[in-house]
Design a protein around this ligand. Structure first.
Ligand code: TRP
Ligand code: SF4
Length: 398
């Protein structure tokens, strides 16, 4: 059984090379080794874009095309749409009951994003709940790993706390005490006494031998059925059962690819290169890139360290080309346009297979919808199962 991985992205615009190098490449890499679930977090997009629904609608399927272009293979991973699975909303609501508001107010992205996106009113209930909705996304699929960037690690941490709290509160059956008494009634009283004694010892001292002895006894007892055994084990260890699984973050290193102006690549900074950029706009964007300000005239020497184009070379060029840049720039034997050409060529070469993979989906959007439909139904099977367990644990199965 492969381990479960889950991650999502908000559909807020065409994906750019920063997304590709910072996240998608890693998603593609994981899909053959793990049981990967990747989803479009359209409700999360609404937390900040609730006034502009058309943006989200337009971007949902465009984003999935970018994923497929990057190399996600729907036969290897499960691609789905959050808003088609009301289970996410249900789990979010149920988790919300026991989640202290302070946990959410203390998540760093809460204040940061409110500061950053000053033009939007983010003092909403939905925005405060953003990380808890994310927790529901993750816990729904009992994901072991969540590949995200550093900025999301506090959300995964909150997810762990939510899971721990849930398991603590509801990890025991309804009417546990009564059922425990029924289980004990199946055993001779001297065995019950011995069990209780060794439980006490284990809980006080953590004594492994007591634990192993008791578990061995429970497992081999012909008087107990499997529910009894599970119940006694949980009681002995004092854990209850883990209904929700605490996930681990799988940190994706920040993309080393900056934006065209040297700042972080972002659509809103107008410094990005789309994953599926046309040849003409790609060329003109790179040609317009600022270079070392010391190179005013062609004959002025420069220093690659002061130039964003050099950072692109470090990702896209081989050693001989990099050496050519270093010596050409510092001796003014090459011009900046000349220097940019290998970068243009390398990005075009990187994009070529992406454009080819995207082509069938661009010309037949139904194919994309079918992929999302199929993935969503696969996810639904898992979501239903989790919600059945959750409802049962919370005593909601009446
Ligand atoms: N908050 C994530 C982001 O902005 C998107 C997201 C929503 C997500 N739910 C998730 C990521 C669950 C991982 C797991 O990038
Ligand atoms: Fe930048 Fe290349 Fe021009 Fe040097 S030659 S300033 S590295 S673009």
């Amino acid at each position: 059984m492969k381990e479960r991985v889950l991650s999502g992205m908000r559909p807020t615009g065409a994906l750019h090379l920063g997304h590709y190098h910072g996240a998608l490449k890693n998603w593609v890499d994981l899909q053959s080794r793990m049981d990967c679930f990747y989803f479009v977090a359209d409700w999360h997009a609404l937390t900040t874009h609730y006034e502009s629904r058309e943006i989200i609608e337009k971007n949902v399927y465009e984003m999935v095309i970018d994923w497929l272009a990057a190399g996600l293979d729907p036969n290897q991973c499960t691609i789905f749409l959050q808003s088609r699975l009301p289970e996410h909303a249900e789990l979010f609501t149920l988790l919300a009951m026991g989640t202290p508001i302070g946990w959410l107010e203390r998540v760093p992205t809460y204040k940061d994003q409110q500061e950053k996106l000053k033009d939007k009113d983010l003092s909403t209930y939905g925005f405060l709940g953003y990380p808890l909705l994310q927790a529901a996304d993750i816990l729904m699929y009992k994901a072991k790993y969540v590949p995200v960037g550093e900025d999301q690690s506090s959300h995964v941490e909150l997810t762990r706390e939510a899971a721990r709290r849930f398991n603590h509160l509801y990890g025991r059956e309804v009417n546990f005490e009564e059922k425990l008494a029924q289980t004990f009634a199946k055993l001779p009283s001297d065995q019950v006494k011995r069990f209780e004694k060794s439980r006490k010892k284990f809980q006080e001292t953590g004594d492994e031998a007591s634990l192993n002895g008791a578990l061995g006894f429970v497992q081999s007892s012909p008087l107990l059925d499997s529910r009894d055994k599970e119940r006694l084990e949980g009681y002995f260890k004092g854990t209850g059962s883990s209904i929700l699984v605490e996930p681990q973050v799988l940190l994706t290193k920040d993309s080393k690819l900056p934006g065209l102006d040297g700042a972080k690549m972002s659509k809103s900074y107008n410094n990005s290169i789309a994953m599926r950029e046309s040849k003409d706009t790609l060329e003109s964007k790179i040609k317009k890139m600022p270079t070392d300000p010391a190179r005013v005239k062609r004959t002025d020497v420069g220093d690659p360290k002061r130039c964003t184009v050099w950072q692109f070379h470090q990702i896209y060029s081989d050693a001989p080309t990099q050496a050519w840049v270093q010596s050409g720039c510092t001796s003014a034997s090459i011009g900046c346009l000349e220097c940019k050409q290998p970068v243009i060529d390398a990005i075009l070469a990187e994009q070529q297979p992406m454009l080819e993979r995207a082509q069938p989906y661009v010309s037949n959007p139904k194919l994309v919808r079918d992929i999302v439909d199929a993935g969503t139904e696969r996810a639904r099977i898992c979501a239903r199962e989790t919600m059945r367990d959750v409802r049962q644990a919370m005593g909601l199965n009446y």
